[in-house]
Design a protein around this ligand. Sequence first.
Ligand code: IMP
Ligand code: MG
Length: 178
Amino acid sequence: MADKEYAFGEVLISEEQLAERIAELGKEITADFAGEEVLMVGILKGSVPFLADLIRKVDLDVKIDFMSVSSYGASTKSSGVVRILKDLDTGVEGRNVIIVEDIVDSGLTLQYLKEYLSGRKPKSLKICTLLDKPEGRKVEIQPDYKCFTVGNQFIVGFGLDYDQKYRNLPYISCLVEK
Ligand code: IMP
Ligand code: MG
């Protein structure tokens, strides 16, 4: 890996497409939880731009919180190891919880988080992801809400990083070799 250099490639999903789809998803969540309160749990750090845009399209009593779990580091392959680095500040019991992720790849992170949070007796527990990469799946897990499906490429931009870079791209792109 050390001798390879990477950069970001073409625009796969534009700013306009992101905004349009996130607004639709916000409406869907608003309708599904009408009259209820929801706790949206962003998984740091990749979900931050998505969560920030999504909550402004949800017309409900919304609370937010964050969790941080161990991720890939500088590699583009899943280690399969999930470790909680930061837990929630908010109680989960009796709440409608929506886990907000940047991307579901192997599904290992979400499988772990779902089990972990369901143990705390939420009223409901849903998974919402910006991107779904079904070809990468190692465990049976399906997001309840998603914006876009992507192929088996390494995605960067709009929160998604490679070695902590490119999170600030306003659109979705993929990693290419220089
Ligand atoms: P999973 O546990 O394999 O489903 O993925 C866990 C995490 O890996 C995601 O939340 C992302 O932070 C990261 N990840 C997976 N695929 C990609 C990608 O294509 N680009 C950037 N990060 C990714
Ligand atoms: Mg992540």
